[in-house]
Write a protein that binds this ligand. Structure first.
Ligand SMILES: Cc1cc2nc3c(=O)[nH]c(=O)nc-3n(C[C@H](O)[C@H](O)[C@H](O)COP(=O)(O)OP(=O)(O)OC[C@H]3O[C@@H](n4cnc5c(N)ncnc54)[C@H](O)[C@@H]3O)c2cc1C
Length: 407
């Protein structure tokens, strides 16, 4: 059938439809910018509600400009954690150094932000929930790009068709797996495993971090406020990823307990609390490095495409900047192939610079040998008397273009 002039105009003016998989950080940020540039956006999230886990994340450098342009900077400044101090402890629990948190992570005081991840997620969600369709408790089952668009079958049984699909579904992205194959090809293991969980604040800690180190082992307690709850973190060196434990929570608990047996300070109490915790999160520290971030009408953003690992403290910032740049590329180029190419071209170097921060982060916070720990301790004693850093090339290496209007 030959299309009439009317039907051609209708299809030219119809909103382009995008499905975003994942309502973490990059998903809602992308949804905001796409919706602003005229896309009809649906976000599917496998959890039944927004995840409100409260571990602290940083927003720095170029990402600060993204949240300023989203007009959520004041809310994030209100949510800023304002940690007072970071106390480093020796293996026997004695005090090594007390530092300003900004000096430890290289934040610029008064500019960079540290907020609970749940607060950032909730603020992002509030900016888009009235303009974007959210499907909670569902996920993509299959993607079919054999036609003109992307046919999506959801776990719930729903079938829909979208112009584009974006995977914002995190480090262990199922969209990436469906598009490019198993994670192992892209995952760069960094030699550490970690367990995070909450436990009672029986130490009276308030707005502060305590970090205990022995070679290859670290334990931290983080009081993000003066609440009754602490974020506990046990990190340890493991030459090869413990693949069996990754699939078995009991094996994870046993591995952590064995690794930290005989440790000093509050570590035995932390291990006991981990055994009882109902919110234990165990994973390996790793990065995602991919040669391409898109295939056909499907692309990846945030941790799904280029997770830098918590050792860089840049995951949320890359997610925010990547979402902005991807949306801007799609707003600038009506052709999705050109848009995805522009996104990669303009963001890849920024990603590489930030992923490269991992070496400093690991060496500073988690030395694996006696000698490396001694060198780290000497450096920390020096930091206690030095002004904190004011320049961070990697964090600020990308200058954001003005956001384009839809072509
Ligand atoms: C212990 C720890 C500490 C960290 N510390 C910092 C820090 O200090 N600074 C920092 O910047 N970053 C930090 N990060 C990293 C930061 O949390 C991530 O880099 C950032 O959240 C990435 O955002 P994202 O939206 O790409 O992915 P995520 O935040 O992981 O969001 C992915 C979303 O997709 C959903 N999802 C997953 N699979 C599916 C599916 N199949 N279908 C639908 N939805 C799905 C998930 O439920 C989630 O809501 C830390 C991470 C961890 C684990």
């Amino acid at each position: 059938m030959t299309p009439t002039r009317l039907s051609m105009n209708v299809s030219a003016n119809a909103k382009r439809t995008v499905l975003v998989s994942g309502a973490g950080i990059s998903g809602p940020a992308l949804a905001y910018w796409l919706s602003r540039s005229g896309f009809a956006v649906t976000v599917v999230e496998k959890a039944s509600a927004l995840r409100d886990s409260g571990y602290p994340i940083d927003i720095r450098g170029t990402a600060i400009e993204v949240v300023r342009r989203m007009r959520i900077l004041p809310q994030l400044q209100d949510a800023h954690i304002h940690s007072h101090r970071c106390t480093f402890l020796n293996a026997d629990g004695s005090e090594l150094a007390v530092l300003s948190p900004d000096a430890v992570v290289g934040n610029v005081g008064g500019q960079d932000l540290e907020v609970r991840r749940g607060d950032l997620g909730a603020i992002l969600y509030a900016t888009v929930r009235d303009d974007v369709e959210f499907l909670f408790n569902d996920s993509i089952d299959t993607l079919d790009q054999s036609g003109q668009k992307v046919d999506v079958a959801f776990r719930s049984g729903q079938q829909r068709t979208f112009d584009l699909v974006i995977g914002a579904d995190g480090l262990h992205s199922r969209t990436r797996q469906a598009l490019f194959g198993p994670e192992a090809q892209f995952h760069r293991y960094l030699g550490y495993c970690f367990a995070i969980f909450t436990m009672p604040n029986s130490f009276g800690l308030s707005h502060e971090l305590m970090m205990w180190n022995a070679p290859g082992r670290a334990a931290a307690l983080y009081a993000v406020g003066a609440e009754d709850e602490l974020h506990a973190f046990l990190n340890f060196h493991q030459p090869a990823p413990p693949l069996d434990a990754l699939r078995d929570p009991d094996a994870q608990r046993n591995l952590v307990a064995t690794t930290f047996a005989g440790a000093g300070w509050a570590v035995p109490g932390m291990v006991n609390a981990m055994r009882d915790a109902d919110d234990l999160f165990f994973d390996t520290a790793g990065q995602i490095r991919m040669p391409h971030w898109s295939s056909g009408r499907v692309a990846l953003v945030g941790d799904a495409a280029y997770a830098p690992s918590f050792l860089t403290g840049q995951g949320s910032s890359l997610a925010l900047v990547g979402a902005y740049m991807l949306a801007n590329a799609l707003a600038t180029n009506r052709d999705h192939t050109a848009a995805f190419a522009a996104y990669e071209r303009d963001v890849r170097e920024f990603v590489a610079m930030n992923q490269a921060l991992v070496d400093n982060g690991a060496a500073t916070l988690f030395p694996t040998t006696v000698r490396a720990l001694e060198q780290r301790n000497t450096m920390l004693r020096g930091l206690a008397t030095m002004p904190s850093a004011t320049t961070r090339p990697a964090h600020s290496a990308l200058t954001l273009p003005e956001f384009a209007s839809t072509p």
